[in-house]
Design a protein around this ligand. Structure first.
Ligand SMILES: [Zn+2]
Length: 580
């Protein structure tokens, strides 16, 4: 094994140049500590950008030598640079919500809803998301807690995972839900001992209430998109992959196209298509054509998503063995239905994503992918399983063997109160010891892409990296981490958030590493996350985000960087200015 110093020496010995490097670069960044993600040249001091691409990566003196009269040289003062983060599982929110994350109590939920409601027109719906069962006494969410503050105004709040919603009495009335309302397919209306609905609506039942909400206008959707893009850039995100199973609404498609036209699209966005049963071949062919025509664009298509089970916390994830206390959860499709739908999309060369959390659902997803390969022949497929929280040990080698990508959410490894008091007891110790364990996929030789599942969790990649590197909460508990044997290194986490996430959308030749010829997507960080103590990851800030050579975020206070003295004279002469 090479020691870090030796690796650096090797890396600086080579200067990688793009084939057509005749024109001088627009910008050169020197005195950086760049983690490139390229095994052949893992660290670099300097890199050059022309247009939207990196054109050279290597040692300061070699890259500086490429400068032309108009090249702007920026001194990064030894700051850590990494490839732009790529969130492989990020949803565009459909509306603004009162954020209830981490509320911790009914009183806190009530207070946040009251505060939020003051920003809304009188009498309109109050919508929130992010509560957890542990926020309620005895972990039982009930409409009376909402009725207490909003006796006349409809309220509906989704839980953190989005698989159940709590509605108050006015909301149930508007939805026409009574003790006599039958449960819908794929969901149920929770009822109390008296037979009356408690307000808790599980899985598909939630839409009986949320279906009443008025969708945003086209303008509101565009504004919401811009807000989300700004937040993403501030976290160093340059690519987002959206696995929303219903695809984009018409307004969302229009908003995304408008952003591209207006030049406000500050991430590379992979938009979703719905995977459904019995989709006609012509429709699937249209999806494939859409994939082909958008391959190089800021907005691209190519994967189709379906949801196979629910969540552990709601006991709706489909398990091979029952939860502690009973019940296995139920898959939303039969194996036969899933096989057919997957094979139909696979035949057209589309990539498939299946939400599967329980070991039973994960096995079904793998079986469906194996079936598709059998009936449609060998191909580079890169089908994905989303979440993959509790895989059976015997299924782990199948990811590598079938070329299936494990699309995981590192932030889920946080041992927070819901995890420790609801999730872990439901699984029991053996299954919990291998839940949210990214290391097992690395050890099994699977390609693993990291994502946040925003808006379920924060989209901050550094928060996700902290979670899998420490397996502690943000305040550092428990000491040593929960199941510390499952921790991964910062470098592995970085790879999953950049290079592997690019591979997961067939984009590894275009982006995901700092390499000549690839898109100039990179992030400058305030701390060297590969060297600092893990606890300091949380204090690390994104200082600068660049997507396709263009600055998409700059931290306030991250001001002009001095031009190195040996270039200053030349730059003055050429009247080039550093805007950095
Ligand atoms: Zn999701």
């Amino acid at each position: 094994m090479l020691r870090p110093r030796q690796i650096v020496a090797l890396a600086f010995a080579t200067l990688a140049l793009a084939a057509a490097a005749a024109e001088p670069p627009d910008r050169i960044y020197v005195n950086a500590r760049a983690w490139t993600g390229e095994p052949a040249q893992p660290e670099a001091q300097a890199f050059a950008v022309r247009g939207d691409r990196f054109v050279a990566v290597g040692a300061d003196k070699d890259v500086r030598a490429l400068a032309g009269p108009h090249t702007v040289v920026t001194d990064l003062k030894g700051l850590r640079v990494v490839p732009g983060f790529n969130d492989a599982h990020w949803h565009l929110p459909s509306r603004r919500n009162a954020r209830l994350d981490g509320a911790g109590s009914v009183e806190a939920i009530q207070q946040r809803l009251v505060d939020y409601s003051r920003t809304l027109p009188p009498g309109s719906w109050v919508v929130g998301r992010g509560w957890m069962p542990t926020d309620f006494p005895n972990r039982v969410a009930d409409r009376r807690y909402l009725d207490a503050i909003f006796p006349d105004r409809p309220v509906v709040i989704r839980d953190r995972d989005g698989h159940q919603a709590l509605a108050n009495t006015p909301a149930l009335k508007l939805a026409g839900i009574t003790r006599d309302t039958p449960d819908p397919p794929d969901g149920w209306i929770e009822r109390g001992p008296d037979g009356e609905p408690t307000g808790l609506m599980k899985e598909a039942a939630a839409s009986l209430v949320t279906g009443l909400l008025t969708p945003l206008t086209a303008d509101e959707t565009y504004q919401l998109l811009l807000e989300e893009l700004a937040t993403a850039a501030s976290f160093g995100l340059t690519s987002l992959q959206d696995p929303t199973d219903v695809g984009l609404t018409q307004n969302e498609r229009a908003a995304v196209m408008r952003a591209v036209e207006m030049g406000t699209m500050t991430v590379r966005y992979r938009a979703p298509l719905p995977l459904e049963i019995g989709v006609p071949a012509e429709q699937i062919a249209q999806y494939a054509a859409l994939r082909d025509s958008t391959r190089e664009g800021l907005v691209s298509y190519g994967f189709a998503k379906t949801i196979l089970d629910g969540t552990v916390d709601a006991k709706t994830a489909f398990m091979l063995e029952p939860y502690v206390g009973g019940g296995n959860g139920v898959p939303m499709l039969s194996q036969q239905e899933l096989n057919r739908a997957v094979a139909d999309f696979d035949r057209a060369g589309l990539q498939v994503e299946i939400h599967a959390i329980g070991d039973g659902a994960i096995r079904m997803a793998l079986d469906a992918y194996e079936h598709a390969a059998k009936v449609n022949g060998p191909r580079d497929r890169r089908h994905r399983v989303e979440h993959v929280e509790v895989p059976a040990l015997s299924d782990l080698p199948r990811f590598g063997k079938l070329g299936v990508i494990a699309s995981t959410q590192p932030i889920g490894a946080t041992p927070d109160v819901v995890t420790m008091e609801n999730y872990a007891p439901l699984l029991g110790p053996e299954r919990f010891s291998r839940a949210y364990d990214p290391k097992q996929f690395d050890d099994a030789g699977a390609i693993q892409a990291f994502g946040s599942d925003y808006p379920v969790y924060s989209m901050d990649p550094l928060a996700g990296i902290y979670a899998v590197v420490t397996r502690q909460t943000r305040d550092g508990t428990p000491a040593g981490g929960s199941h510390p044997e499952n921790r991964v290194t910062v470098e592995a986490a970085l790879r999953h958030y950049t290079r592997d996430a690019a591979y997961a959308s067939f984009d590894e030749s275009r982006k995901g590493t700092i390499a000549a010829g690839k898109y100039a997507d990179f992030v400058v960080l305030s701390g060297d996350i590969l060297a600092i103590a893990p606890a300091e990851l949380l204090g690390t800030r994104v200082l600068l985000t660049v997507m396709g050579g263009r600055e998409t975020y700059r931290a306030s206070g991250f001001g002009a960087l001095a031009v190195p003295s040996d270039r200053r004279e030349a730059l003055r002469r050429d009247a080039a200015s550093t805007s950095l």
